[in-house]
Design a protein around this ligand. Structure first.
Ligand SMILES: [Zn+2]
Length: 150
């Protein structure tokens, strides 16, 4: 299928290092639309929606913020930490939106598995169903995320 000029422009933006070092696509050869379709299909197989994920991620980040950079207990099964960095994070989609450069790391106490995300990841998942390309610094694998946060 031929990509629309708009999708091509978005793909170029997602691959450039202008907004984030290494870009949002890593070494993933697929188009952004293909990455999104594959992740939505995986989510649907697992019985989850992007809204459920984003809402749970936001809930954990909001709790972790209270720890001011130290680990805090989220619930009986998880602990989390939120760290802020300098500067804004900007959504690569063409709309206004700046996010705090905050990274939340959550750990499941029973398995020791961890997942981390930025505030921008939450927005990208909630609004664009985008989990980033394979090999990008903040790629989130839906199954791994679900395993740790639910
Ligand atoms: Zn956006």
């Amino acid at each position: 299928m031929k990509e629309s000029p708009q999708a091509t422009k978005l793909d170029r933006m997602l691959r450039s290092s202008k907004l984030v070092a290494g870009g949002f696509m890593g070494d993933d050869a697929r188009s952004a639309a293909e990455v999104i379709d594959a992740d939505i299909a995986e989510l649907s197989r697992l019985g989850f929606t992007t809204e459920q994920l984003a809402s749970r991620m936001q809930e954990i980040t909001d709790k972790a913020k209270g720890g001011l950079g130290t680990r805090i207990k989220v619930d009986d099964k998880r602990q989390a930490m939120a760290e802020e960095a300098k500067g804004p994070a900007i959504c690569p989609w063409p709309h206004p939106g700046r996010y705090v450069k905050r990274v939340t790391t959550v750990e499941r106490l029973d398995s020791g598995k961890t997942v981390r995300w930025s505030d921008l990841n939450i927005h990208l998942i909630a609004e664009h169903s985008f989990f980033e390309g394979r090999g990008s610094a903040f790629r989130i694998q839906p199954a791994k995320l679900i395993d740790v946060i639910f």
